[in-house]
Write a protein that binds this ligand. Structure first.
Ligand code: AMP
Length: 501
């Protein structure tokens, strides 16, 4: 059996690998490392969780032992699609580079340019970047790519999904032709094949477990649901509660950022220990949220695919797909967040009658039928919208009329009181307008989800929130966590004139 010592890595690297507790290289490591050390281009077809990060970090560390970096001229460049993945790669350099004195700089969006510039000025041995921020620095003349000797393009298929391919092409052309390129992708759609043909020179191709394989340690179930969001939220809550103590922690995936935010608010309102992770949150909130989830301070993380792709969180007991993913490969990636490193995990997917097509392409991809938890869609009861179900759309301009003198309400005939109460109830169920939909009082200010609510709010408002969170009991019945702030019930008439935002 191949050991790390057989791969040609330097003693310093081998020592760090041993300290990390790894003895046997994974297939991608055993396949890619010797080629990378021979300065060959590598095309690694591997998904996250296969140990692919170390398959480029370890040979890079060995090769970087010779030479020094000059100011603003990084020696190596690693491109990652998301900030979280970039940060994760940096952590790998810290872990495996503990015997080296290398400067590692991280250029990601959402954090200050100044700190990043200082690191570039010092001379970076390793520059880890997301494509947009890298090009920003380059265009400002703060960075020269002419000394880059090794280029790593990681998660290329995700770069494609995120529209980064033109940026990648541009960056590849800015780096000397003589560089070594290590290229990783979980899948090889035609656009990616074209890219590799254009930018790799006789690469060694190393392919490991396809994205279509789901770990045998994950128990997968389908759960029927009505197609309305509130119906799905109710089904999800029941599922989480039913798992009870067995649920150590969970990631819940939604297809859209907007739904991440909405579901997260609803869960918090129902007193679940939840946080959110999506691309529109500011970087600090994303980092804090992720750290809290990894550290076990947060039990449930509601996330979008982009934010959660490739994250290395070793011990996730449950994955819930609030939405059936549109791209079947995302299903494999999502459920691959649980059942890692031989542990067991559970993955539940909510399925509505509208999802049948996407479900069948998932089952085709993974080559098996996923079983239903409690009867398939044919057993779904006809859905009836309850009175207090939240309705979509803006609050009507028509003011909410409250009796001038509350005390007189007792003198009204019962039927009229009932009508007023019904009108109030209907209005409560409406979704608040965007500006009013911002401050939810977290039950416990220390909870990490507070940062996400704040970030989410700021994103919606476009500016930092100054408002004190306040709870509005009128909205207690609906399951969205939004509460009006500001004037509350006492809204002056002039503010209720309908305006276009
Ligand atoms: P990655 O695919 O790079 O995201 O790595 C997935 C996980 O595998 C990480 O937690 C690594 O620390 C771990 N890992 C990497 N190499 C090995 C190895 N040779 N043996 C066991 N675990 C590993």
């Amino acid at each position: 059996m191949t050991t790390f010592a057989d791969l040609g890595l330097s003693p310093k690297v081998l020592n760090a690998v041993e300290a990390a507790g790894y003895t046997i290289p994974t297939p991608i490591q055993a396949g890619a490392i010797p080629h990378a050390l021979q300065r060959k281009d590598v095309l690694g077809i591997a998904q996250t969780g296969t140990g692919k990060t170390a398959s480029f970090v370890l040979p890079m560390l060995t090769l970087l032992e010779q030479g020094r970096a000059r100011a603003r001229m990084p020696r190596t460049l690693i491109l990652e699609p998301t900030r979280e993945l970039a940060a994760q790669v940096e952590e790998n350099f810290v872990k495996y580079g503990k015997n080296h004195r290398l400067n590692v700089a991280l250029l990601i969006g959402g954090v200050s340019f100044d700190d990043q510039l200082r690191k570039l000025e010092r001379g970076a041995d390793v520059l880890i970047a997301t494509p947009g921020r890298l090009l920003d620095h380059f265009e400002r003349g703060k960075l020269l790519l002419s000394a880059v000797d090794i280029l790593v393009i990681d998660e290329a298929d995700r770069m494609l999904d995120m529209g980064f391919i033109p940026d990648i092409e541009r960056i590849c052309k800015l780096i000397p032709f003589t560089r070594q390129t290590l290229f990783f992708s979980a899948t090889m759609p035609p656009e990616i094949t074209k890219l590799t043909e254009q930018f790799l020179h006789s690469p060694a191709r190393v392919e490991v477990a396809k994205a279509a394989t789901t770990a045998k340690t994950v128990e997968q179930k389908l759960v029927k649901s009505g197609k309305k969001d509130w119906e799905k939220r109710a089904v999800l809550r029941d599922l989480i509660r039913a798992e009870d103590e067995g649920l150590k922690n969970a990631i819940i995936f939604c297809n859209r950022k907007k739904d991440v935010s909405e579901l997260f608010r609803s869960l918090v309102k129902h007193e679940f220990d939840a946080g959110a992770l999506h691309g529109d949150m500011d970087q600090r909130a994303r980092t804090t949220m992720l750290a809290n989830f990894k550290d076990g301070k947060l039990k449930i993380l509601v996330a979008s695919d982009v934010a959660a792709r490739g994250l290395d969180i070793p011990d996730v007991s449950h994955v819930f797909n609030f939405d059936v993913p549109i791209h079947s490969e995302d299903y494999v990636h999502r459920i691959g967040r649980t059942g890692r490193a031989g542990r067991s995990g559970k993955a539940f997917t909510l399925v509505t009658p509208a999802d049948v097509k996407h479900l069948s392409s998932i089952e085709k991809l993974i080559g098996e039928d996923i079983s239903w938890l409690d009867g398939d869609l044919s057993t779904l009861p006809v859905s009836t919208e309850p009175e207090e179900a939240p309705r979509r759309g803006r609050r009507k301009a028509e003011p909410k009329r409250r009796p001038r003198n509350e005390g007189r309400e007792r003198e009204r005939p019962q039927s009229e009181i009932d009508i007023l109460a019904a009108a109030d109830k209907a209005k409560d169920a409406e979704e608040a307008p965007v500006v009013a939909e911002v401050a939810v009082a977290p039950r416990n200010a220390d909870k990490p989800h507070r940062a996400a609510i704040k970030a989410d709010n700021e994103q919606r408002r476009g500016k930092p929130s100054q408002a004190e969170p306040r709870r509005d009991h009128r909205r207690e019945r609906d399951d969205l966590g939004s509460a009006p702030v500001g004037f509350g019930d006492e809204i002056p008439a002039f503010m209720l004139i309908d305006t276009k935002i």
